[in-house]
Design a protein around this ligand. Structure first.
Ligand code: UDP
Length: 239
């Protein structure tokens, strides 16, 4: 893949930039240290986050690939850059929860930390202007956001990702509370896992102390943000 050249930036999100390449089949993503929360209301920098999120996401994608989950990951190019397969993102935030936290706790009046009776899947429509509203299967199909077949694939992929990640993180003394993934469509319509898997997009609690090792430390001004990202990353690397 050394012959794929980085071309113009085609998108800049809150935590990543995406570049076109000399091949229509690939993009290059570049991870930034910028952090936002509450739909962009809160801004900040988490020093070194881009490097950790890049390397950690790639390690998680490689693990998931080894367990049969197809992902957009191709090859890490540098500390912050990765070559990925070009996909069109399905505009959904696909969220799996094992333990109540965050907006789920608020919405349903459930204390943070309550174990859910089963992994729970929910979708939000990715639309900043609308504040990423919750959306159900029926809405998704009716609005043409995804077809019934695609939804079935997305659901299966999300639960599989949860099983693989839950087991992996348990092995490094971390509880996977919840996480968000995104799905992409290849040109032939196949659905694969895209975006990232990092402390920006997952809630990680230390298995013994319940200490938060994720972006909630930034969202909630808890301090020790960089240290939390570093802690998760070093546990992954020791594995
Ligand atoms: N999440 C995310 N991006 C978003 C919203 C949520 O990556 O725009 C992740 C978040 O880090 C958490 C999970 O999805 O791991 C569930 O988040 P929740 O709905 O509780 O939202 P929050 O409390 O973060 O607003």
């Amino acid at each position: 893949m050394n012959d794929v050249k980085k071309l113009n930036q085609i998108y800049e999100g809150k935590a990543k930039k995406v570049f076109a390449t000399s091949s229509p089949d690939y993009f290059i993503v570049e991870y930034k240290d910028d952090a936002t929360a509450f739909n962009g209301l809160k801004h900040g920098t988490i020093t070194g986050k881009g490097i950790i999120n890049n390397k950690m996401s790639n390690a998680m994608f490689a693990l998931l690939e080894s367990k049969g989950v197809k992902t957009h990951f191709v090859e890490q190019l540098s500390d912050r850059e990765t070559l990925v397969r070009a996909v069109k993102i399905v505009p959904l935030e696909i969220i799996i929860r094992n333990v109540a936290a965050g907006s789920f706790s608020k919405r349903y009046g459930v204390e943070e930390g309550r174990e859910l009776k089963c992994p729970t899947l929910e979708f939000s429509l990715k639309d900043d202007a609308l504040n990423d509203p919750l959306i159900n299967d029926s809405h998704i199909i009716a609005l043409g956001v995804a077809t019934e077949q695609e939804l079935a694939q997305i659901r299966e992929m999300a639960y599989k990702v949860n099983e693989v990640l839950k087991e992996f993180f348990a092995g490094i003394g971390v509880k996977l509370i919840d996480f968000k993934i995104e799905a992409g469509r290849l040109p032939d319509g196949e659905i694969i896992l895209a975006d990232e898997i990092s402390p920006d997009t997952c809630r990680f609690w230390d298995a013994k102390t319940n200490e938060k090792l994720d972006k909630d430390r930034f969202r909630r001004d808890m301090g020790g943000v960089e240290e939390a990202y570093q802690e998760i990353f070093s546990r992954i690397n020791k594995k």
